[in-house]
Design a binder for this molecule. Structure first.
Ligand SMILES: *Cc1c(COP(=O)(O)O)cnc(C)c1O
Length: 449
């Protein structure tokens, strides 16, 4: 898609007055889905439980826009929760998928596509000295934790309250009471005995982190963090906190794992490294790396990765790992991302959106602010510029988010159906899209507040 064609495409939902959306077909499909899937969905947040109403069933994505089963058209700010940094159905990605699938979709044997995607990543992110492809972010995290435990021959791990790492048992854990505590499971089916191997520490709290290492130091196999926490609001961490974490891990022989499933190839090609320059021992990827196909990856220090089977004793495998169609989709997407100026332009448009809304909110005296990093943004109903820990989010504000979400739908904007979820701009969002979203957002805020 050339920028020119993109800019000139007519934008169907522009300048209509807000109006309730049609949901007849989505309601029918959801009723059928309820007989098929728990809650009618294959992943819980999709069910719209926290914003209310029937989930929309999508039939088509075109660049920055989606069309639902009732023919409503929206500017999409969710983009499948982050993977689609080029927008929906980008021609280069679609071409790579169809070309590769036509040659056979899976072999259970090595293909050159795996080498090409891995080499492309490793040439640009030098601390990834070896890597392994899996099929989801959850799987990448699970494997990296097993590797940290296997390589250090220790059992405990540290996670941070407010970070999400997928639905791996050891990380479905909440903080107990106190500053740095052994966890309690946050999901039925996770044994307490397993949860108690996870130490939960608040984000951006150096004292709590030091206390955890002082108490458990030489028993901690790994510490896992989203260096750009973006799954429970956007909780940007102070540089000094991440530095402290790096220093403590090194001092205690603890494997530092950066979970960059959401921030990798998003806040810059090399993820959080582009913003903080801190090198982890292991890193996990997902979302963008697969170009919209199911791919995860983990990698890092060669001496650690050598512990993975068949070179070492830590077992990890996958029938569809390194799937050639998914590899080709990922390579096509990352090739575009790696072009000069790609991330600068995305950030510029995101800043434009946030500045417009924040200026408006200030002028109206609304207690509302949108924070952003790169093309990730998150709005919260409070004064101030940043929230840095999970405890800083007021759960009661989610009622206001539900109203904002509905008001945005009526104005042709599809935001994530939960106030804890961030939004994304993609390269397919044109200047006109951003202007429309900014105007809709300001108008929706006025209606809600
Ligand atoms: C999305 C996400 C995961 C889980 O990835 P899935 O592909 O949904 O299993 C893990 N960690 C982070 C930081 C994520 O954003």
């Amino acid at each position: 898609m050339t920028p020119k064609a993109d800019e000139s495409r007519s934008f169907a939902v522009a300048k209509k007055p807000p109006m309730p959306i049609r949901r007849t077909r989505s309601e029918q499909l959801h009723a059928e889905a309820l007989k098929l899937f728990p809650g009618g969905v294959n992943s819980p947040v999709r069910a719209f439980r926290s914003v209310g109403g029937t989930p929309l069933f999508f039939v088509r994505g075109e660049g920055a826009e989606v069309v639902d089963a009732d023919g409503n058209r929206f500017i999409d700010l969710c983009h499948s929760w982050g993977p689609l940094i080029l927008g929906h159905a980008h021609p280069a990605v679609v071409e790579a998928i169809t070309r590769t699938a036509a040659k056979g979709s899976t072999f259970g044997a090595p293909t050159e596509e795996e080498n090409l995607l891995a080499a492309f990543v490793m040439e640009r992110i030098p601390f990834v000295q070896r890597m392994r492809f899996v099929s989801s972010g959850t799987e990448a995290v699970m494997s990296a934790i097993r590797l940290a435990r296997g390589a250090t021959k220790r059992d405990l791990i540290i996670k941070f309250d407010g970070c999400y790492h997928g639905h791996f048992d050891s990380l479905l854990v909440n903080a107990g009471s106190g500053l740095a505590t052994l966890g309690t499971s946050s999901s039925a089916g996770v044994p307490e005995a397993l949860a108690q191997l996870t130490i939960v520490v608040p984000l951006n709290d150096e004292a709590a982190l030091e206390a955890a290492f002082a108490t458990y130091g030489d028993r901690i196999a790994g510490a896992i963090i989203e260096p750009v926490p973006a799954n429970n609001g956007l909780l940007l961490q102070e540089h000094t906190f991440l530095r402290k974490l790096r220093t403590l891990c090194t001092a205690h022989g603890t494997v530092l794992i950066f979970d960059e499933v959401i921030s990798g190839f998003r806040v810059g090609f090399a993820g959080s490294f582009c913003t903080n320059g801190i090198v982890p021992d292991l890193v996990t990827y997902g979302k963008i790396i697969g170009g919209g196909m199911p791919v995860g990856a983990y990698g890092g220090r060669a001496d650690l990765m050598r512990h993975i089977a068949p070179e070492g004793p830590v077992y990890q495998a996958g029938t569809l790992s390194g799937n050639p169609v998914a590899m080709a989709a990922g390579l096509a997407q990352l090739t575009t991302c790696a072009q000069p100026g790609f991330y600068t332009e995305l950030e510029r448009r995101t800043r434009m959106l946030c500045d417009a809304v924040n200026t408006h909110a200030r002028s109206k005296g609304h207690a509302y602010h949108i924070d952003h990093i790169g093309s990730i943004f998150w709005g919260f109903f409070a004064r101030g510029e940043h929230i840095r820990s999970a405890s800083g989010i007021d759960p009661a504000s989610m009622r206001s988010y539900a109203k904002l979400h509905a008001a945005l739908l009526e104005r042709g904007v599809y935001a994530a159906p939960s106030g804890y979820e961030v939004g994304f701009l993609s390269a397919a969002h044109t200047h006109a899209h951003v202007e429309h979203v900014a105007a809709a957002w300001c108008d929706a805020l006025d209606a809600v507040l």
